[in-house]
Design a protein. Structure first.
Length: 617
């Protein structure tokens, strides 16, 4: 049979990485306007004898800079309230997005002068400095003069306290592993969290008031350290007095970040007002390191859970952008206000394989039956999405030097792994289903699929699967029940399998992982990952992840890419998740908002740059 060799590919941006790691501090201050040139004295010579002066070329206009206090208000709507601004324990992407507005990191992703992704030192004064020949000891100089919103200084003690609390053995924060072992592994980090060593044994030391030192388990690069320390809001600084004031008596829990009064800002914006369930208001921080990149004086976010209401608010001019669902996209896909980008995650069905009440979920042939029984093209058409049989989405870059995507590179190297018809094979699906029934000794299967009720397309996609899978397997032998719930509730339900193994059977979901390191993106399926959605434990995957991310083998980029491919093959072999489709980012943008890129393009690790936008009116 003829292979389907074409995968929907879109051009990805070539990423600019910082070069070298010299000692010179990075200058991020706005350039001063040139001094005014003195006017020449008027001549007293007769005009007839005065030679004509050559015309001087016009001086280029000095680029306009944002006002220190900003100007105008950006008005957004969000579909969920913030549950916490504490990056040490957040679980929802909504929390991470809000924290990113007000947090300060050692390093931050930003939009470079060529409108491509770059990283800049934020709280750090420079990139990491290598201190030994083994590449395991690195020092990070810190900027002096930075403060929290109340005027308290940020210094080395801030870094030490923030990361000590992140990996504290009593708090047992869900994001501790992000510091201990992700892109790099910190010496004795995980051991400290487990209570197996003292804080003094951890590879994080204060050298002086504005220098900290990291010690890693193995050799690393400056780029890997920067990636590790800017991964997400788990790596943000926390304000020690506020964090401590919100701590309970036995130091097992802190309420830091659960209200305006229990949080302190130091980032691009200051948290001005937080009305739970209603709205959040941010005000520009004129003292932020990159204040010259922030145009708006204020950003307001209104909590609106109904998508149709949000769209109507945009059409009424009440908010400045709106995300489009499948039906809305079909209605507005020719609208000049539409902006689009590739998906940042692949949408899949998570399988609770160890559900004791439904052991069929632990049968590989049953999961294969689901994998081959899904008509991805039909489902994607319902959701105005892109069919996906794979694990890593199209957005993920495989080669930083060329900008080629991971999918593009793997298609070239392993075209034989591209399945026909997006892996949809009804005959093979039925064959696998029959084997599953035989192997488990049952005659009929009933499973429930959770879907997000926040977007109507997920209900329609679920209803399609309910009907089409029954047609393949036989309605007398297979029943798919569907259950809608708010996305936040569905996420919490899936994550609760550890305490309640029977809590769900199947559930829609999607991970947004590393966009620049496909070998790192499988972290969310490692056995040790704290926020797992499914009981998947695969030593083979764990070992490959460590090799690809933490051993010297990763310095061979061909090997590293091949290990990423092998991890994807393990996932497709075991099928703890069933890949279905990618959901591109589609928005209608108000004409009053000017995004930081001239063509309104999406920048990897930054997005469309809404918070860097300018209000035109």
């Amino acid at each position: 049979m003829k292979k389907v060799l074409a995968i929907l590919l879109v051009s990805l941006m070539v990423i600019s990485l910082f070069a070298g790691c010299g000692k010179k501090e990075v200058d991020i201050t706005p350039s001063a306007p040139p001094a005014e040139t003195a006017k020449p004295a008027e001549t007293t010579q007769p005009a007839a004898t005065t030679p004509a002066a050559p015309s001087e070329p016009a001086k280029p206009a000095e680029p306009e800079k944002p006002k220190p206090e900003g100007e105008g208000t950006l008005r957004f709507a969000v579909n969920a309230d913030i549950s916490t601004l504490n990056g040490h324990m957040y679980s929802m992407s909504r929390d991470g997005d809000a924290a990113d507005m007000v947090d300060i990191y050692l390093y931050r992703s930003y939009i470079g002068p060529d409108y491509k992704f770059q990283r800049l030192p934020e709280f750090a004064a420079d990139f990491p400095q290598q201190m030994d020949d083994t590449r395991t000891v690195w020092q990070i100089p810190l900027r002096q003069g930075l403060t929290w919103e109340n005027g308290d200084p940020l210094n080395a003690d801030t870094v030490m306290y923030s990361y000590k609390m992140l990996i504290d053995p009593k708090l047992l924060n869900t994001r501790a592993s992000y510091f201990n072992s992700n892109t790099i592994t910190i010496k004795n980090g995980a051991e400290y969290t487990k209570g197996e060593c003292e804080w003094e044994d951890v590879g994080l030391k204060k050298i002086d008031d504005y220098t900290v030192e990291l010690t890693t388990v193995g050799p690393v690069t400056a780029d890997e350290i920067v990636t590790h320390l800017s991964f997400n809001c788990a790596m943000a600084m926390v304000h020690e007095p506020t964090y401590e004031a919100a701590m309970n008596a036995d130091r097992t829990q802190t309420m830091y970040g659960t209200s305006k009064d229990t949080f302190m800002s130091a980032g691009s914006y200051i948290l001005k007002e937080w009305i739970p369930g209603a709205s959040v208001t941010y005000e520009k921080n004129p003292n932020w390191v990159f204040a010259d990149k922030i145009w708006a004086h204020e950003v307001t976010e209104r909590v609106v859970t109904d998508n149709s209401t949000t769209l109507q608010m945009f059409l009424n001019g009440e908010i400045d952008y709106v995300s489009l669902g499948a039906e809305e996209y079909l209605q507005y896909k020719e609208d000049p206000r539409l902006i689009e980008s590739n998906a940042t995650s692949m949408y899949h069905i998570t399988v609770n394989m160890k559900n004791p009440d439904n052991p069929i979920l632990d049968n590989l042939n049953f999961r294969k039956a689901l994998y081959h029984g899904i008509d991805r093209v039909a489902v994607a058409n319902i959701g105005s999405a892109i069919p996906a049989w794979y694990i890593q989405p199209l957005m993920v870059i495989g080669d930083l030097s060329t900008g080629e995507s991971f999918r593009e590179l793997q298609q070239k190297k392993h075209p034989e792994y591209t399945p026909e018809n997006w892996a949809y094979d009804p005959a093979l699906a039925k064959e696998c289903f029959d084997k599953a029934l035989e192997e488990t000794g049952i005659s009929k299967v009933s499973v429930e699929l959770l879907y997000s009720s926040d977007n109507s397309k997920y209900k329609a996609c679920s209803e399609f699967l309910q009907k089409s899978l029954a047609e393949i397997f036989g309605a007398d032998r297979f029943t798919l029940e569907i259950q809608g719930m708010p996305n936040s509730q569905m996420t919490a339900t899936k994550k609760s399998w550890k305490d309640n193994p029977s809590v769900y059977d199947l559930g829609w979901g999607g991970w947004s992982t590393s966009k620049i390191a496909p070998w790192n993106g499988y972290n969310v399926w490692r056995s040790s990952y704290a926020q797992k959605n499914e009981p998947y434990f695969q030593p083979e995957l764990d070992e490959l992840w460590v090799k690809a991310n933490q051993t010297e083998e990763r310095f061979d980029k061909e090997k590293q890419l091949e290990m990423a491919f092998e991890m994807e093959q393990i996932m497709l072999r075991d099928l703890p998740i069933i890949p279905v489709m990618e959901n591109p980012n589609r928005y209608l943008k108000s004409d009053r908002v000017i995004l930081p890129t001239p063509d309104n393009s999406y920048v990897v690790n930054v997005g469309f740059g809404w918070k860097y936008a300018r209000v035109a009116d």
